[in-house]
Design a protein around this ligand. Structure first.
Ligand code: ADP
Length: 190
């Protein structure tokens, strides 16, 4: 089993690359952002709770997010492992993930970060906002808040995985294929 945390700021291309990894390595792709959006669309209780945070570009509280993630893993026990996309985003989430995977007798094998500079990110997200229908992509202020939350709360996870010798990074600028190849090289060795 291979479990990967795909890491990087909003707009780094995690969703696009996760789809490639999913196909190439037969992994389950679990995106907390997608799970929230589907809950919001279906107006579930969880979706209603999450919406207020997401619309402001803030993180959804850990207990809501962690519970949702565990359910998704339990419901998808097939394939060769998991790609976690957009999770963990806080140290509490990273610890919860470690404990949870331990109960399934497995672990995170590597975190791979997509490295992209901030201005490229903001431009990519504004561009995506024109067609994605995502309210959190349509407004530059909300986008900048998401990037800033990333640096305040999430980027520290690099240290968390580095201490366990599980941190890798790739240049996230280039064609989709080029970046997919950079990621594949790492995943093959995990
Ligand atoms: P992006 O990577 O472009 O920010 P996502 O689709 O991963 O987009 O996430 C969209 C929003 O969903 C985030 O801005 C946040 O509000 C919420 N969210 C997603 N994952 C998490 C998480 N692990 N913890 C807390 N909130 C989350």
């Amino acid at each position: 089993m291979t479990n990967i945390v795909l890491f990087g700021p909003p707009g780094a291309g995690k969703g696009t690359q996760a789809e490639r990894l999913k196909t190439n390595f037969k992994l389950n792709h679990i995106s907390t952002g997608d799970l929230f959006r589907s809950n919001i669309k279906n107006q579930t209780e969880l979706g209603n709770k999450a919406k207020a945070y997401i619309d402001k570009g803030e993180l959804v509280p850990d207990e809501v997010t962690i519970g949702m993630l565990k359910e998704a893993v339990k419901e998808n026990q097939h394939g060769n492992g998991f790609i976690f996309d957009g999770f963990p985003r806080t140290v509490a989430q990273a610890k919860a993930l470690d404990e949870f995977l331990l109960t399934l007798k497995t672990e995170v094998h590597g975190m791979i970060a997509l490295d992209v500079n901030d201005e490229v990110l903001v431009q990519r997200l504004l561009e995506r906002g024109k067609t994605s229908g995502r309210a959190d992509d349509a407004n530059e202020e909300i986008i900048r808040n998401r990037v800033s939350v990333y640096y305040k709360e999430t980027s520290i996870l690099k240290d968390y995985y580095q201490e366990k010798n599980k941190y890798y990074s790739v240049d996230g600028v280039g064609s989709i294929d080029e970046i997919a190849n950079r990621l594949a090289e790492i995943v093959e060795k995990l």
